[in-house]
Design a protein around this ligand. Structure first.
Ligand code: PHE
Ligand code: FE
Length: 279
């Protein structure tokens, strides 16, 4: 079984990946997950994501060695991956992002968790998050988010800001010339949700609206009831560039919204408007 450490004795919560300790079964599990997702995501994930996979040569061979990945990633955008045992405290997480370090778990799920695991594992963290860190604009967004996280902590607004991460970095959709595409890491690392988020008539797909998102609760234990759709990474970066301090003050007086809510002002995307997958 896995021999990756599950605790850290360092103040920044990092550990060594200990790549040599992965078993052949663990590498095989990565291959299974990778090949499955690579196939499903053709025509579903955005070009920036698919390009990132290729550029980093995160191939199907096995669990990547973070040292090799970092050589390429660092040269592309100055980002690096650091290994951590699991979820880390908010302030530690934000400080890593602000310094262009992405904390990634290094253990891999068990075979019986192939289709679903609630906590992040190395497949989610590397396959899901790292390809877009090779994109200059998205890389800058993630760093700004880390800086914004430290500020939100000081202002007691973490709940608002965490929703932005959830509905963009983890579960975001993007509108492209050839239809809706996926960029959220929680979607691209999930077989079921990669199909559901684009093909199912059930969930809402609503145009990105920063304050609307920061009011909206989310569920972590099922497919999303609402996806928010950006028009591009530039637009996302610009919308989140202002100082959030006045936004947080305004949000204190606004009621929070349930995950499935639709407001009169929402830009709801419907099939047949050229908004859905074009196929
Ligand atoms: N502009 C935000 C602030 O001042 C920081 C931020 C940037 C947050 C990008 C999220 C994403 O708090
Ligand atoms: Fe994640």
């Amino acid at each position: 079984m896995a021999s990756q450490a599950r605790t850290s004795d360092r103040p920044d919560y990092t550990i060594e990946q200990n790549w040599a300790a992965y078993t052949p079964e663990e590498h095989a599990l990565w291959r299974t997950l990778f090949e499955r997702q690579a196939k499903i995501l053709q025509g579903r994930a955005c070009d920036e994501f698919l390009g990132g996979i290729a550029a980093l040569a995160v191939t199907a061979d096995g669990i990547p060695d973070f040292r090799r990945l970092n050589d390429v990633l660092d040269r592309a955008t100055g980002w690096r991956i650091v290994a951590v045992p699991g979820l880390v405290p908010d302030d530690i997480f934000f400080a890593h992002l602000a310094a262009r370090r992405f904390p990634a778990t290094c253990f891999i799920r068990r075979p019986d968790q192939l289709d679903y695991i609630q906590e992040p594992d190395v497949f989610h963290d590397i396959f899901g998050h790292v390809p877009l860190l090779a994109n200059p604009i998205f890389g800058d967004y993630m760093q700004a988010y880390g800086q914004g996280g430290l500020k939100a902590l000081r202002l007691g607004a973490l709940k608002n800001l965490a929703r932005l991460y959830w509905y963009t970095v983890e579960f975001g959709l993007i509108r492209t010339g050839s239809g809706l595409r996926i960029y959220g890491s929680g979607i691209v690392s999930s077989k079921g949700e990669s199909v559901y988020c684009l093909d199912s008539p059930v969930p809402n797909r609503i145009g990105f609206d920063l304050l609307r998102i920061m009011r909206t609760n989310y569920r972590i234990d099922r497919f999303q009831e609402t996806y928010f759709v950006i028009d591009g990474f530039d637009a996302l970066f610009e919308a989140t560039r202002p100082d959030f301090t006045p936004y947080y003050s305004a949000l204190r007086h606004l009621p929070e919204l349930e995950p499935g809510a639709i407001l009169p002002d929402d830009r709801v995307l419907h099939r047949g408007q050229g908004a859905m997958a074009d196929a």
